[in-house]
Design a protein around this ligand. Structure first.
Ligand code: SAM
Length: 388
């Protein structure tokens, strides 16, 4: 939808802005490295977010390219507040008219953790009032109809009385690449799947095996990395409707991403699952992602001849048995998987599960272990650098 009235003051698309890439706990270093790889200046990394500097063009590039981040936001301000008056005044002081036009919508979403101001609806209401008052003054009108069809989602986060207020540029979370319209019962987030691949020793000339592939997320993310396909290329973003981000910048970032993709004819990625429906979904998802050269096969991992796996990287997300009735069968599955894996030759294994006792069941302490979150579930990425 076209913007009806455009009178924001963000005229110069080369202005440097302070940006935030949010991410799951444990993925900050990967996101930090991804931002640096885009040639951008990283200010600092904190729990669950990386702060960096960029222009309007960089907002487009970051949304298109970051594989492990959840969102890209414009940081409007950060301050401490313990009263609603302080919250109002400090929100009012920020430069809202620079971005939000007179008829644009600006819904507020607040979360508050361990803070004096703990009522999220009350925080939302005060922040809304402060922004309305500031925009009325900056645009010199009482009338803010919010009917242009353009939306600026305002995110307010309070942690121990420290507020960060930002504008979301992404829209849907970045894990929604657009290829996964169907998933099996327990899919891993695309951002986490990409992270597992990036944390592993896999390179596109090596064989990658996922014995519990489900809807195929790990294999698809690995293939997108191998083909250098920008993860955001097939989806839309909030910034696309913003008048101060020029079509020239948007087109230049998309054109850069399209040119960067280099499809490899052969990709030794093998996906197995016991469930035929999951495999159908995985194949459909891969095709939607433009990946046509993965190898899918229905198999119980116990029936696979692991002695044929040599110099491979296994990256996999087996069942967790979160429900009590499943837990013994999952423990049995982990024991059997340990037995099978010893038959492989010179392979590495990266396996994510919520069961901290996995190494005991598998039969070997992990060479390395990393705590990660799969949604709200605390998980461990157990890493074995070599099968015996
Ligand atoms: C947690 S899900 C994997 C989700 C997957 N990473 C995704 O993104 O959709 C675990 C998968 O293991 C499969 N599975 C369970 N037992 C199996 C077995 N014995 N052999 C092979 N696959 C099995 C299930 O069908 C399920 O798809």
């Amino acid at each position: 939808m076209p913007q009806i009235l455009n009178n924001t003051t963000m005229q110069n698309s080369s202005d440097k802005l302070e940006l935030i890439a949010t991410c799951a706990f444990g993925l900050e270093k990967l996101v930090f490295d991804e931002i640096k790889k885009l040639g951008l200046w990283v200010i600092r990394k904190e729990d669950g977010r990386v702060l960096f500097e960029g222009t309007a063009l960089d907002i487009v590039r970051a949304n298109l390219w970051l594989r492990c981040a959840d969102r890209v936001q414009i940081k409007m301000g950060e301050f401490s507040a313990t009263t609603f008056d302080e919250l109002f005044d400090q929100t009012y002081a920020l430069d809202w008219g620079k971005f939000i036009g007179v008829a644009d919508a600006f819904p507020i979403q607040a979360t508050s953790v361990k803070s004096t101001l703990h009522s999220e609806p009350a925080i939302q209401s005060i922040v809304k009032k402060a922004i309305v008052k500031k925009l009325q003054s900056e645009h010199n009108t009482e009338n803010l109809p919010e009917n242009s069809g353009v939306k600026y989602q305002i995110i307010v986060k309070s942690n121990k009385d420290n507020f960060t207020i930002s504008i979301d540029t992404s829209g849907d979370s970045l894990h929604k690449r657009g290829y996964r319209t169907q998933a099996n019962l327990a899919p891993i987030k695309e951002t986490l799947a990409a992270a597992l691949v990036m944390l592993s020793d896999w390179t596109p000339d090596k064989t990658l095996v996922d014995t519990f592939c489900g809807s195929g997320t790990i294999a698809i993310e690995a293939a997108m990395i191998a083909h250098n396909i920008a993860p955001g290329l097939s989806r839309s973003f909030s910034f696309q409707n913003w008048s101060w981000i020029s079509q020239k910048d948007i087109e230049s970032a998309y054109s850069e991403a399209r040119t960067a993709a280099g499809i490899k004819e052969k990709l030794p990625i093998y996906c197995f699952d016991i469930d035929p429906d999951s495999l159908d979904i995985a194949e459909t998802n891969a095709a939607r992602a433009g990946i046509t050269n993965l190898h899918f096969k229905r198999a119980d991992f116990q029936d696979l001849d692991f002695s044929k796996f040599e110099n491979c990287t296994f990256i996999t997300n087996p069942p967790y048995g979160e429900r009590l009735e499943d837990s013994e069968s999952v423990r049995e599955l982990y024991r059997n998987f340990g037995d099978k894996f010893t038959q492989s030759r010179n392979c590495s294994l990266y396996i994510i599960t919520s069961d901290e006792n996995f190494p005991t069941l598998f039969g070997r302490p992990a060479d390395k272990n990393r705590k990660l979150f799969n949604g709200n579930i605390r998980c461990y990425l157990f890493q074995y650098f070599k099968s015996i």
